[in-house]
Design a protein around this ligand. Structure first.
Ligand code: FAD
Length: 274
């Protein structure tokens, strides 16, 4: 069975919780290795992320995995969250720096994700399987790919067990990154992050902020569909499924889906892979 995982954001309202539960039930059918829950850097989901992880573990009997960001948080706050996750039975965690919301001045005790990985290893030894982020198209704040790769390697040397990439639509960028990482001595699995296309206007905004490139040919086609929702959904699922197929054929060790709490666009891709 193909190792897959799904990422959700923590629902905040009753309506969002209902949608979350519906999506989780549908995606559970694909027997995911885990379902992860994002964390609002700066503490905006301090209560909701642990609650959602608990909901996945206790109500849905799934391996709910928390994301933990270090920017804006104190050492004590981070240690308290880790203890809470351990008490919930978590053995895997996604460790990130995060981006502070604009206008928030609080910088926190740790500056880089590598310091968070180091702290988790110091305090919890080998208890957690630690996933970190990787950027096949280069992190937007990095001066160049080499420097970014060095920083990625620092997270692995600090104790990361695996990596999940930022989403991308260019398989060559992933293969090149994996190759470069191997040559630099990095031997942890690097799982591609897959973003199904549900809302194209929103995706374009996201992509500008996080440095993911939407190839021109995809952009031109998407725009040409205008308001034809059915054609957009069909084309988007075909494109993303072809990307997944190429990644798996090229040796990707699994797939991690950014669901945005919606099951249907993910199902459309997975159905094409069956
Ligand atoms: P880092 O690895 O610390 O790198 C960030 C930047 O700093 C890079 O440019 C790197 O080159 C540079 N850098 C690293 N170390 C050093 C150093 N020693 N000296 C100088 N520069 C350095 N964000 C959230 O807020 N919540 C989430 O739940 C969340 N989940 C994510 C899940 C995945 C799989 C991915 C890929 C991203 C996620 N993000 C999340 C976004 C992430 O927080 C941002 O991309 C953030 O800008 C960088 O986080 P990082 O962990 O990659 O940071």
């Amino acid at each position: 069975m193909l190792p897959i995982s799904f990422e959700f954001y923590p629902p905040k309202t009753d309506e969002q919780r209902e949608q979350f539960d519906r999506s989780v039930r549908k995606l559970k059918a694909y027997a995911p290795e885990f379902m992860s829950v994002t964390f609002g850097a700066g503490g905006s989901t301090l209560g909701q992320t642990p609650e959602t992880v608990q909901r996945l573990r206790q109500q849905h009997a799934l391996d709910g995995v928390p994301h933990l960001t270090c920017v804006g948080g104190s050492r004590e706050e981070i240690l308290a969250l880790l203890a809470r996750y351990r008490a919930l039975g978590c053995t895997r965690i996604v460790a990130l720096r995060g981006d502070l919301p604009s206008g928030m001045a609080r910088s926190g005790d740790l500056r880089h994700a590598s310091e968070l990985v180091q702290l988790i290893r110091e305090e919890h030894g080998e208890h957690f399987h630690i996933e970190v982020a990787a950027y096949p198209e280069v992190h937007p704040q990095a001066p160049d790919a080499q420097v970014d790769l060095r920083h990625f390697k620092a997270k692995v040397e600090a104790g990361a067990s695996g990596a999940i990439t930022q989403y991308f639509y260019n398989a060559d960028a992933y293969f090149r990154f994996v190759e470069d990482a191997k040559r630099a001595g990095v031997d942890i699995p690097i799982v591609p992050g897959i973003m199904p296309i549900a809302n194209y206007a929103q995706l374009r905004r996201f992509s500008e902020a996080c440095g993911a490139e939407i190839p021109r040919w995809i952009d031109r086609r998407m725009r040409a569909f205008g308001d034809d929702g059915a054609a957009i959904r069909e084309f988007a699922a075909d494109v993303v499924a072809a990307l997944c197929r190429r990644l798996l054929d090229g040796g990707a060790p699994g797939l991690h889906f950014y669901t945005l709490n919606l099951a249907r666009p993910v199902q459309a891709v997975l159905q094409r892979l069956e």
